[in-house]
Write a protein that binds this ligand. Structure first.
Ligand code: C5P
Length: 238
């Protein structure tokens, strides 16, 4: 069973309001993308890693990330779904339609190898044609319009969709192509696969697998990475 990892890293980071794309902002003296790629390449089940980068990316060559698992880059698209579709098309040139692809946001450097292993094991053992890491919503959720609360939403069935998300290459290719052709806005792989009739498996992951969206998230990610390292060290010492 081959499991490929694809990292969409072609965003411009406009929401963060800085000139450097957020995947290249520094985290513990290394670019954020370096940490993300390091986690994926250390994952024993992963066969190879491919990265989607923007055609005008001037930072990639300075990243200095080396791994025997790196199989190449692909040009990003106008949105995340198109970047992932480009990656899936390229991976289908080296892999088979039934191979798995783990799609993981470049801007989630705190994902743990343990969570990735559980996602792979639980999806493969299930009858589902794919799955994703997620976390149940802990806060009370309000529906708001023009800064007025319209209603309080029942959160009992609501989860946050995280990444990685794991699907067979062929199915993901069909689902993303279909959504793009029909002009449907897709913000994760699972929603494309749901549309073509395959409910993904939701696997509970750690809620500290945060997506770096605002500058303040970088400090939080530094604390999370440091705490994960100290837990790893104390487990090694035991
Ligand atoms: O913009 P957002 O935070 O949703 O981006 C999630 C991930 O998708 C990031 O890793 C970003 O680099 C990537 N992305 C991409 N191609 C785009 C837009 C976003 O690879 N056109």
């Amino acid at each position: 069973m081959a499991v490929w990892a694809f990292v969409p890293a072609a965003g411009s980071g406009v929401r963060m309001g800085v000139m450097t794309p957020k995947q290249y902002l520094m985290l513990h003296n290394r670019p954020l993308l370096w940490w993300t790629l390091d986690r994926l390449s250390c994952q024993p089940e992963v066969t190879g890693v491919m990265v989607g980068i923007s055609a005008d990316d001037s930072h990639w060559s300075d990243l200095k990330w080396h791994s025997g698992k790196m199989i190449g880059t692909v040009n990003g698209g106008d949105d995340r779904a198109r970047t992932v579709l480009n990656g899936v098309e390229k991976l289908l040139e080296v892999g088979e339609s039934e191979d798995w692809v783990l799609v993981h946001d470049a801007v989630r450097p705190c994902v743990t190898n343990n969570d990735i292993s559980r996602l792979i094991a639980e999806v493969v053992a299930s009858e589902c044609r794919g799955g994703l890491l997620g976390a149940p919503i802990a806060d009370t959720i309000k529906q708001v319009s023009k800064h007025r609360v319209r209603t309080t939403v029942d959160r009992s069935q609501l989860w946050r969709a995280l990444t990685p998300q794991l699907f067979p290459l062929g199915l993901l290719h069909q689902a993303l192509s279909n959504a793009i052709k029909e002009g449907v806005a897709i913000t994760d792989e699972a929603s494309a696969v749901e549309r073509v009739g395959f409910p993904p498996l939701m696997v509970e992951g750690r809620s500290d697998n945060i997506k770096i969206t605002h500058l303040g998230d970088l400090q939080l990610a530094e604390v999370i990475l440091a705490s994960q390292e100290s837990v790893d060290r104390s487990e090694e010492d035991r």
